[in-house]
Design a protein around this ligand. Structure first.
Ligand code: SF4
Ligand code: SF4
Length: 188
């Protein structure tokens, strides 16, 4: 018997996140630095990142539902500003990504997020159609309100790599694959 065998395995979101990603949200002590540095917390999110950490810490089913149904998880840009600033090095972008996946799996996506999801699809279709890489930045800027402020075009491939757009990006995960798509479209 291990020394920890008395501990009951919990099935709440914070425990699943710890188990599946290694991120320990219990370490958050609500300093607020993540929210202060987040470029979308103030204008776009109903719960800023520190609040999402707090809601998950309560291990309360209703609070977990609120997070899963939130719009905030969808406007997170995976920019890692929060992660960089967090004194406890809590990887919030990974948490956001995890909750997005749970939200989809359980059919709890925020209605406002559905248009973001379809925008993702639209811009990927556009890349396939035009075969031009700069379309990526262009279409994102136009389709996604939250990306308007992100003038730095290098952010888009970073976000794709980091999984922000993983739902629709599976087919163009790597550059070689993007080039393949472009070659195919060029042939047409
Ligand atoms: S990764 Fe998401 S939550 Fe963190 S600062 Fe960027 S937009 Fe905000
Ligand atoms: S910066 Fe880190 S410790 Fe501070 S509130 Fe955000 S997640 Fe919690």
């Amino acid at each position: 018997m291990s020394a920890h065998s008395h501990q009951v395995e919990k099935n709440n979101l914070i425990s699943l996140i710890k188990k599946d990603t290694g991120v320990n949200i219990h370490k958050c002590y609500q300093c607020g630095k993540c929210s202060a540095g987040c470029p979308v917390a103030l204008d776009e999110m109903e719960y800023p990142p520190s609040m999402i950490m707090r809601l998950l810490q309560t291990e309360d089913a209703e609070n977990e539902e609120a997070v899963k149904k939130s719009y905030a998880i969808w406007v997170c840009l995976t920019c890692e500003m929060c992660y960089t600033r967090c004194p406890m090095e809590i990887d919030i972008p990974t948490v956001m990504d995890y909750v997005r996946q749970v939200s989809i799996k359980e059919g709890k996506t925020n209605p406002k997020a559905k248009s973001i999801i379809s925008s993702h699809q639209a811009f990927l279709d556009s890349i396939k159609r035009t075969g031009r890489l700069h379309e990526l930045g262009f279409v994102m800027g136009y389709k996604l309100k939250t990306f308007e402020m992100m003038k730095d075009a290098t952010l888009a491939p970073t976000m794709m790599k980091k999984g922000k757009l993983h739902i629709f990006a599976e087919k163009i995960k790597d550059k070689a694959h993007i080039n393949n798509i472009f070659k195919k479209t060029e042939k047409k």
